[in-house]
Every structure is written in structure tokens, then in C-alpha cells.
Design a protein around this ligand. Structure first.
Ligand code: SAM
Length: 340
């Protein structure tokens, strides 16, 4: 998934730094997992990964991919579950249009002007989501199978959404991708014997875990994540929330990040660095974030064992060279230190 601050293009730098700077590490926490791209790359390297994010849809993606160590077998079904869901229609089910939250709130009909999805896709999202829940409630799906299917749904939705990348607003005309029928793909599962853990918690609750390395990729600026992904959060939770405003936003009082507030970001980083019980700490940030390079370096030095602190800077143009309008001067950063 295209994710704000996603690290797909920086994976090599992150993995190379971990391999070059650490000794004998087997367990890694990805404490702000987002799209799960770093956690999956670490899993592929046979590390035991703990993936965490305070957004539920992010947890769903992690739990349904990183959290599964072998392809689910769907033993209670004698048909291909993904294909069944791809062809589901209202007539196949006992659900009514009134139950279809996405259709009623995010696609145009007599009660709604919003244009996030074409009606057919909105109804399909609802039917798939309700069917997965019903199979889980009736004991047909294991925990792994349930999250695998939910992850497939969350990953598929952006491909038919009428947006320019995030769900903060919808387009006023139909983008051509919205005419494609929603289609679930099987999530790629990396087989491993290493232990995987996925949690949906505030970062402060994970810091006491004694893993070998903690990787932290917090937000860099004032842009909160929930408003930009609110529709995915609602599909993942399917909790019929009260919506507000033109874009139909759910409330997110408990999902505002201290890393997005100038007045709180220093103490947020101090908590992260001071309370981290892992042997090594690796932080992703950039030189235009709301805490300055000097301030963050100072904090790292204060808590680093000996002279272990290093700041590695990667020129934005070096890893985004395919993108026009490169921002001169912007540097991605890796702050590395030994904590104990
Ligand atoms: C820069 S993104 C991470 C991107 C991720 N590394 C990737 O490659 O997709 C930051 C993430 O931090 C999460 N986040 C922000 N504040 C948090 C907090 N207090 N506790 C847990 N997660 C938080 C956001 O939900 C968001 O997914």
C-alpha cells in the first residue's frame, strides 16, 4: 500500500544499517509499523518481529501478513474463499442495504453525496467485511484466517477508491480506477519458524519489551495519520461510527500522535529513547521534521552507551531518483545508538 512516510524505498538502507552496526541480533520491534513493509522485510531476513501501530487497520495488515507464518489452509471450506468473496453479491447473502455502512456513507445514493467509491464497490466492501465477520463468529475461521482475509480487503480498497492517495478527501469526478471491480488478492505470506507478535497499542506500552533492537519510524510532521486513512480504519473496525463533516470522518481523540505536536515531540522522543529496553535503537526521521536534527541528536547522545551514536543521512534524491521535482536539501535520516 502507498503509505505516508512508508519505507519501501529505504528498506535496503535500513536492513544494511542493522546488519552492519549490530552483533548477534535475532529479535526486532517495529514500533510504528504503518503499512508493515519494514516488518515484512525483517521477517524475510528471519528475524523474530514484534509489529505495533496504534491504528487498527495497520494492525490488521500486520496481523494478517507478518503475524502469519504459513499459508492459511481454510480447512472448513471446500471452495476458494478469496474467489468466493470476489464474486459475492447481495443476493448470495442475507444482508440488507441498510446494514451496508460503506455504501450508506461513502458512495452516492439518496442519503449520501460522498464519492469515495462507486456503489457496486461500496456494497462489495460491506458484503465482504460482513461475511468475514460472520464466518469468524460462527467458528469457521481461525484467528490467522480471519486477519488474512481482512488484510486482503484493506489492501484491495485503495485500488478502487476515488482519492489521490489518502482518504482525507475524495475527488469530485470519478477517477477511472473507481470503475474497476474490487478484487482481493492473496496476501504474500513469508514462511518462517521465528516468533511473530503483532499489537495495536500506543508506543509507550511496548518500550519495556526486551528485544535486541527497536526500530522506530514515527510521524515527522503535524499531519495526523487517522484523518488520512479514516475510511480504512472504519472498514477494519466495522463499528458503525458516528461520522462528521464533508468527508465523513470518525472521531479519533485516542489516536492523535504526540509526534505530530511541536509542543510534545521532544518529550515523546525522550520517552522513546529513555524507556527503550532493547539493546539497540534505530530511528527513522528526516531533516525537515518537527524536531530538529540537533535536538534529536542531543537526546540520542544523552542516552547512548559510550560513543555508539551515529547519524546516517541519505540524500532524498539518491533513493527517489525516479521521481521528478526532487526536493533539494531533504535528507532521510537514520539515528542509531546502543542503549544497553
Ligand atoms: C511514518 S509512519 C510508519 C511507516 C512505516 N514504517 C511504513 O514503512 O509503512 C508512522 C506510523 O506511526 C503510527 N503512530 C503515530 N503515533 C503513534 C503512537 N503514539 N503509538 C503507536 N503508533 C503511532 C502511525 O499510525 C503511523 O502508522
Amino acid at each position: 500500500m502507498r503509505y505516508i512516510g512508508g519505507k519501501t524505498l529505504l528498506l535496503d538502507y535500513i536492513i544494511d544499517t542493522i546488519e552492519a552496526e549490530t552483533e548477534n541480533i535475532k529479535t526486532v520491534i517495529d514500533i510504528f509499523s504503518g503499512s508493515g513493509t519494514v516488518g515484512n522485510a525483517l521477517k524475510a531476513k528471519q528475524y523474530s518481529v514484534w509489529s505495533n501501530d496504534f491504528l487498527y487497520f495497520s494492525y490488521v495488515i500486520a496481523r494478517g501478513t507478518i503475524g502469519i507464518c504459513a499459508e492459511p489452509l481454510f480447512k472448513n471450506f471446500d471452495f476458494d474463499v478469496i474467489e468466493y468473496l470476489n464474486h459475492i453479491t447481495l443476493e448470495d447473502t442475507a444482508y440488507s442495504l441498510q446494514q451496508c455502512f460503506i455504501y450508506n456513507n461513502y458512495s452516492p445514493n439518496e442519503n449520501c453525496d460522498r464519492m469515495y467509491f462507486q456503489n457496486e464497490n461500496a456494497i462489495k466492501i460491506d458484503l465482504i467485511r460482513m461475511q468475514i465477520e460472520e464466518w469468524k463468529q460462527t467458528g469457521l475461521l481461525s484467528e490467522d484466517e480471519y486477519f488474512y482475509l481482512l488484510a486482503a480487503l484493506i489492501n484491495a480498497v485503495p485500488y478502487v477508491a476515488n482519492i489521490t492517495g489518502v482518504f482525507g478527501a475524495y475527488l469530485k469526478y470519478w477517477d477511472k480506477r473507481t470503475y474497476n471491480a474490487l478484487r482481493l488478492e492473496k496476501p504474500a505470506i513469508i514462511a518462517t519458524n521465528a516468533k511473530m507478535v503483532c499489537t495495536n497499542a500506543d508506543y509507550t506500552q511496548i518500550l519495556s519489551e526486551q528485544y535486541d533492537l527497536l526500530y522506530a519510524d514515527p510521524p515527522y510532521n503535524a499531519r495526523e495519520y487517522l484523518p488520512n486513512y479514516h475510511v480504512l480504519e472504519t472498514i477494519a473496525r466495522y463499528d458503525y461510527p458516528k461520522l462528521q463533516g464533508v468527508t465523513g470522518m470518525r472521531s479519533y481523540d485516542n489516536q492523535k500522535s504526540v509526534f505530530c505536536k511541536k509542543s510534545k515531540v521532544h518529550s515523546a522522543f525522550e520517552t522513546l529513547i529513555r524507556d527503550c529496553q532493547s539493546r539497540y535503537l534505530l530511528i527513522s526521521y528526516n531533516n525537515e521534521g518537527i524536531i530538529s536534527t540537533d535536538e534529536l541528536s542531543k537526546l540520542c547522545k544523552e542516552y547512548a552507551v559510550g560513543n555508539s551514536f551515529q547519524l546516517i543521512e541519505i540524500d532524498y534524491r539518491r533513493y527517489k531518483n525516479k521521481i521528478p521535482n526532487n526536493k533539494a536539501g531533504l535528507k532521510e535520516q537514520l539515528y542509531f545508538l546502543r542503549r544497553n
